[in-house]
Design a protein around this ligand. Sequence first.
Ligand SMILES: Nc1ncnc2c1ncn2[C@@H]1O[C@H](COP(=O)(O)OP(=O)(O)OP(=O)(O)O)[C@@H](O)[C@H]1O
Ligand SMILES: [Mg+2]
Length: 231
Amino acid sequence: MLSVEHLESGYGESVILRDVTLRVGPGEVVCLLGRNGVGKTTLLKSIMGLLKARKGKVLYGGSEVTRKEPGERAKRGIGYVPQGREIFGQLTVYENLLLGLEAAKGKNAEVPAEAIEKFPVLPSMYARRGGDLSGGQQQQLAFARALASKPEVLLLDEPTEGIQPSIVEEIRGVIRGIKAEGRTGVLLVEQSLDFVRGVADRFYVMEKGTIVAEGGIADLSDDIVRKHITL
Ligand SMILES: Nc1ncnc2c1ncn2[C@@H]1O[C@H](COP(=O)(O)OP(=O)(O)OP(=O)(O)O)[C@@H](O)[C@H]1O
Ligand SMILES: [Mg+2]
């Protein structure tokens, strides 16, 4: 459904990603692991088109999207929950959700019920400003905003970073629910190995902008963790 082939990408003169190849199938939760600064966020931005690939390809839904704009990728069904959430602080919760619809212009007329049902706390906060929400509430909003466009592939960049445990559990439940529905594939960047082991089907590990290990989640050995993830 989503595949990245031999991708090279970076900022200005510096090349960050080299020869990255991965794939995410429907209903699959694939996690992307690696230490700080190895290029995980850069990879998600490149998949979304916020950063242009220098070499290689991004394929989605049977066609190549390597040269497509981010808006076009969103419209085709790639959803993105950025690291740090990027909620519009001056806009209301509801207006933030509408921006998710805007991303998929023409596809849906209103915020779909299934996006809201997953985060039942949101409707009671519709009129509040995004900036007044807690970090965990903002993360729920960012997640629901991405679901508003009914994505078929969802890119999640550290959705549990700096969030209280009860909301971490809720987010894990939502990811499991998406997996159970079997339609949407998830590419999850996550630091917590417990979280990953509880939700992912497969993993990739990055180091210095390349994939150095991959496999089924049961193959994520202590050896791999020591070598590439913990210090
Ligand atoms: N806007 C930017 N301009 C220039 N270099 C950048 C930019 N954003 C990130 N980098 C560099 O690219 C490299 C990869 O960064 P990236 O944010 O993709 O890592 P990451 O794996 O997501 O890290 P973290 O776990 O801390 O989120 C780092 O060396 C970083 O300094
Ligand atoms: Mg990052």
